[in-house]
Ligand binder design. Structure first.
Ligand code: TXA
Ligand code: MG
Length: 333
C-alpha cells in the first residue's frame, strides 16, 4: 500500500480527535475537529488558553460556512466574495450544534477560509471544520514557521505540517457582521479601506486603541481582553526615530522597525553599545518578520525591544496593534 502523505496523516489525526499544527497564510494554527468537544478541549489545554476565549473555525469553502454559521448576511457574502479564501475571519451567528467550547458560550462563531495550499489540503482531506487558534502558548507571539510552533508546543502535539514561512505574518482580520453593522474586531492584512471599498454604504467601526474597542451594540472580541503577542523582552514603542535612546532602558536593547527608521535611530545614537538592529524593507516585510524577530531577540537575551511604529496604512495598522499589545502601552515620547 502507498505510504500516506503528511497531509493524509494529519487529516487522519484530525478525524481521530487529535491535534495538528498546520500552516496558514497568516500564522501557524493548532487545529482539531471543531465538532469534537473533547478534541477542542485539548486545544485549550495544549495552549494554556483561558476557556473564555473562543476559537476560529476554519472551513474549506463557502458551502462549509453554513455548516457552522446559522445565517450569512448579505454584507458577509460580499466580504467572502472579495477576500476568501484569505486572511479574513467573519463573526456570524452560530448554529446551535457548534460546541460551546469553541464559541466560549457566545451565540456567535468566527469562521475563516484560509488560502494556504497546505491548510486547504488538510481541510479537504479531513472533511472536517477545523477549530484553530494560533499555535503558540497563550500570550506568546504567534508562530510564522513550523520550528517556532514546535518550540512553543513541543510534545503536547505529535503532528506538525510544514508549509514554510507564513506569507502575511500577522493574524487574520476579524470582522463582526450583524444587522448591516460591520465592526473590525482585530486588524489584519484585509484593511478597513479594502472593506470600505467592498461595502461602500456600510457603517464600519474600526479598532481605536489598545484595549476596549469602541463597538456599538456588540461585545469586543473576547480575546482582546487577554495579554497577547508578548516576547519575554520588554517592548517599548517610539513614534519617531529622531531621538536619543533614553538611558533608563534595560540593556541589551534591540531596535526594530522599517529600515529607514532604524537607520535614522542608529545614526542618532552612535555611542550606544549592545544594540541589535532588525529592519524591514516595507510594511509587508515588517508584518512578516515581527513575531520571528520577537523569538530571535529573546534567544539573543535582549532585555528591551524598542519598536519604531510604522505608518497607519495597509497592514501597518495591524503591526501597530500587535506592537501596542506586546508593549502594554509603554512608550518613549
Ligand atoms: O490568522 C488567524 O486568525 C489565525 C490562523 C491560525 O487562522 N488564528 C488566530 O486564532 O489568530 P486566535 O485564536 O489566536 O485568535 C482568534 C481571535 C481571538 O481574538 C478571539 O477572541 C476572536 O478571534 N474570536 C473568536 N471567536 C469569536 C467570536 N465568536 N466573537 C468575537 N471574537 C471571536
Ligand atoms: Mg492567538
Amino acid at each position: 500500500m502507498k505510504k500516506p502523505t503528511p497531509v493524509e496523516r494529519a487529516a487522519a489525526a484530525i478525524r481521530d480527535g487529535r491535534l495538528v499544527v498546520f500552516p496558514t497564510e497568516t500564522v501557524y494554527g493548532l487545529g482539531a475537529d471543531a465538532l469534537n468537544e473533547a478534541a477542542v478541549r485539548s486545544i485549550f489545554a495544549a495552549k494554556g488558553r483561558p476557556a473564555d476565549n473562543p476559537l476560529i473555525i476554519h472551513v474549506a469553502d463557502r458551502s462549509a460556512v453554513s455548516r457552522v454559521a446559522d445565517s450569512v448576511p448579505p454584507a458577509a457574502e460580499r466580504l467572502l466574495d472579495a477576500f476568501s479564501p484569505g486572511p479574513l475571519t467573519l463573526v456570524l451567528r452560530a448554529r446551535v450544534d457548534v460546541p460551546r467550547t469553541v464559541t466560549a458560550g457566545l451565540s456567535t462563531v468566527a469562521v475563516r477560509i484560509p488560502r494556504h495550499p497546505v491548510a486547504r489540503a488538510l481541510l479537504e482531506a479531513s472533511e472536517r471544520p477545523i477549530a484553530a487558534p494560533s499555535a503558540n502558548r497563550s500570550g506568546g507571539p504567534s508562530p510564522t514557521t513550523v520550528e517556532m510552533a514546535r518550540r512553543a508546543l513541543g510534545e503536547a502535539v505529535t503532528c506538525y505540517l510544514d508549509g514554510g514561512s507564513c506569507e502575511v505574518g500577522v493574524e487574520s482580520t476579524v470582522v463582526h457582521v450583524m444587522n448591516g453593522a460591520v465592526t473590525i474586531l482585530r486588524p489584519g492584512a484585509v484593511t478597513a479601506e479594502a472593506i470600505r471599498r467592498v461595502l461602500p454604504g456600510a457603517e464600519i467601526a474600526t479598532p481605536g486603541g489598545t484595549t476596549a474597542l469602541p463597538v456599538r451594540g456588540t461585545a469586543p472580541s473576547p480575546g482582546m481582553r487577554h495579554v497577547h503577542y508578548r516576547p519575554r523582552a520588554a517592548v517599548v514603542l517610539a513614534e519617531s526615530p529622531d531621538r536619543v535612546i533614553p538611558a533608563g532602558l534595560e540593556r541589551p536593547i534591540a531596535l526594530i522597525g522599517l529600515d529607514e527608521d532604524v537607520a535614522v535611530a542608529a545614526s542618532r545614537n552612535p555611542g550606544v553599545r549592545d544594540v541589535v538592529v532588525r529592519g524591514a524593507a516595507d510594511l509587508d516585510a515588517f508584518a512578516r518578520s515581527l513575531y520571528r524577530w520577537f523569538v530571535e531577540l529573546d534567544d539573543l537575551g535582549v532585555a528591551t525591544i524598542l519598536a519604531f511604529m510604522p505608518p497607519e496604512s495597509g497592514v501597518g495598522v495591524a503591526v501597530r496593534d500587535r506592537l501596542e499589545r506586546a508593549s502594554g502601552g509603554r512608550r518613549i515620547s
